[in-house]
Design a protein around this ligand. Structure first.
Ligand SMILES: Cc1cc2nc3c(=O)[nH]c(=O)nc-3n(C[C@H](O)[C@H](O)[C@H](O)COP(=O)(O)O)c2cc1C
Length: 203
């Protein structure tokens, strides 16, 4: 966040699989974001954030002596705190979203609060929509603001280039609409957080 209007949007890449389609979708939606005025996308690849299961570090003897400097979890929290909005790119696995994504959400806490989130879900039979529906409930508990717009990508069910990047104008329009809605909420909620912070300081 550099000035009143520019936004930095985190694109969370949830799948860890070799050959994951998630990387294609994350790169694509980050490109869509980057083409909009005043938006800087930042891909957060969960392969780079291999957290212990939530709470394990508090179990006596579960970890070796901590290394000096901020832990992975502290760096992740600081990263989330710095960002204005999020798009979670998630596959559907057994009618849900991946467990490592839940862990990445759970280790953070308040830095998610009052920030908007949208989703790019993908899969076969339900195009990732079941995973996204479940994530919406989790997002609300984290005090995030899940916006209505989302993309549900049915693998093999849309016109794509050789890598699987969508080339349908209708999908691109949907992605742009999602981006505009997310950035509108991103600016509005950032202002609200700042105002609430200023009011709390003044009290
Ligand atoms: C263990 C497993 C379970 C899956 N379950 C579902 C499912 O319930 N619904 C669905 O639509 N696709 C399902 N799929 C298909 C995945 O969503 C699809 O393979 C997707 O490409 C995985 O994401 P990735 O390529 O980014 O790793 C499943 C795939 C795997 C490997």
């Amino acid at each position: 966040m550099n000035d009143d209007t520019s936004l930095t949007i985190g694109v969370i890449l949830a799948s860890l699989r070799e050959g994951r389609m998630g990387a294609v979708f994350a790169d694509w939606i980050a490109d869509v974001l980057a083409r909009r005025e005043g938006i800087t996308p930042e891909i957060l690849d969960l392969r780079d954030w291999a957290f212990a299961p939530f709470g394990q570090d508090t179990v006596a003897g579960a970890r070796d002596a901590p290394l000096p400097g901020p832990s992975l979890e502290e760096r992740w929290r600081a990263t989330i705190a710095r960002l204005d909005a999020f798009i979670i790119v998630t596959p559907e696995f057994n009618h849900g979203y991946p467990g490592n994504l839940k862990n990445a959400l759970d280790v953070v806490g308040t830095p998610w609060s009052h920030k908007p989130v949208s989703f790019v879900g993908y899969g076969y039979s339900a195009a990732g929509a079941r995973a996204v529906e479940q994530l919406r409930l989790v997002a609300i508990e984290l005090r995030m603001v899940p916006i209505r717009d989302e993309l549900d990508m049915r693998l093999g069910g849309y016109a794509a280039d050789a890598r699987g990047v969508p080339v349908e104008p209708g999908i691109l329009r949907q992605a742009e609409k999602l981006t505009d809605e997310l950035s509108w909420f991103g600016r509005l909620l950032r202002e609200g957080r700042q105002r609430r912070g200023a009011e709390a300081t003044a009290r």
